[in-house]
Write a protein that binds this ligand. Structure first.
Ligand code: MP5
Length: 222
């Protein structure tokens, strides 16, 4: 049976099916495995904290553009998400003080490219494409940190972050994103759905690269 998008599965599931091999490699990334078994080096995790702090800061204007393009009924949930992002920044600040992390760093090439991709997509492409990217970023973190939590034998030093993206509230938000994405896809053309798919693939790839960047500490070579 096909639904009204012409795909056998709901559209968000179709996107997850298309990106399955990227997703599996991401969930098996050595950064995440090391967080789960407690062997992650402090400096490596601190690199991730500083870069993700910059990413979350940039996610707020990204959401702002999506809100500006959204129909009225979608705005309350997206506005709540912006509120949650500001709270998340406070979590980063508190954890940085507690663990002695310098947040005043330059964006790495990977983080820079990823946030430029978010902003360019939100500004230049239709709402549904930006929304597919948003779903990709949030689903990636829900799945990555849920995997870590499942594999953990005991809570570790970085538990506050793990708990942040595995909370019931965050899971509920990602479920809303999936349902809303399905609605947007069903009211759009096949050409638009192909674009959503392409941008979702790029998002999945950036998510993989972000863990790679944190683990390697890769920065500007010149
Ligand atoms: C998220 C994030 C989750 N913080 N960082 C990356 C690289 N990808 C996804 O987004 P949010 O806005 O923190 O829930």
């Amino acid at each position: 049976m096909q639904n009204d998008t012409g795909y056998a599965a709901p559209f968000h599931q179709h996107l997850l099916d298309v990106t399955d091999s990227i997703w599996q490699k991401t969930l098996d990334h050595p950064f995440l495995t090391a967080v789960a078994d407690g062997s992650i080096a402090d400096d490596v995790f601190k690199t991730w904290i500083a870069q993700d702090y910059l990413f979350v800061q940039a996610a707020i204007p990204f959401m702002g553009i999506l809100i500006a393009k959204s129909p009225v009924h979608m705005r309350p949930a997206l506005a709540n998400a912006v509120y949650a992002l500001n709270q998340e920044l406070e979590l980063f600040q508190k954890q940085a003080i507690q663990h002695g992390v310098d947040l005043d760093v330059e964006m790495s090439p990977t983080c820079h490219a990823y946030v430029q991709f978010l902003m360019a997509t939100a500004y230049d492409r239709p709402l549904e494409t930006g929304f597919a990217v948003l779903y990709g970023t949030e689903k990636a973190y829900l799945d990555a940190w849920s995997r870590v939590k499942t594999q953990q034998q005991a809570p570790g030093s970085w538990q506050a972050f793990i708990n942040n993206w595995t909370s019931d509230a965050f899971q509920g938000y990602v479920t809303w994103l999936a349902t809303t994405l399905d609605e947007l896809a069903s009211s759009n053309s096949e050409a638009h759905r192909r674009e959503m798919e392409h941008y979702f693939v790029l998002t999945a790839r950036y998510e993989y690269l972000f863990w790679d960047m944190a683990l390697s500490g890769s920065t500007w070579p010149v």
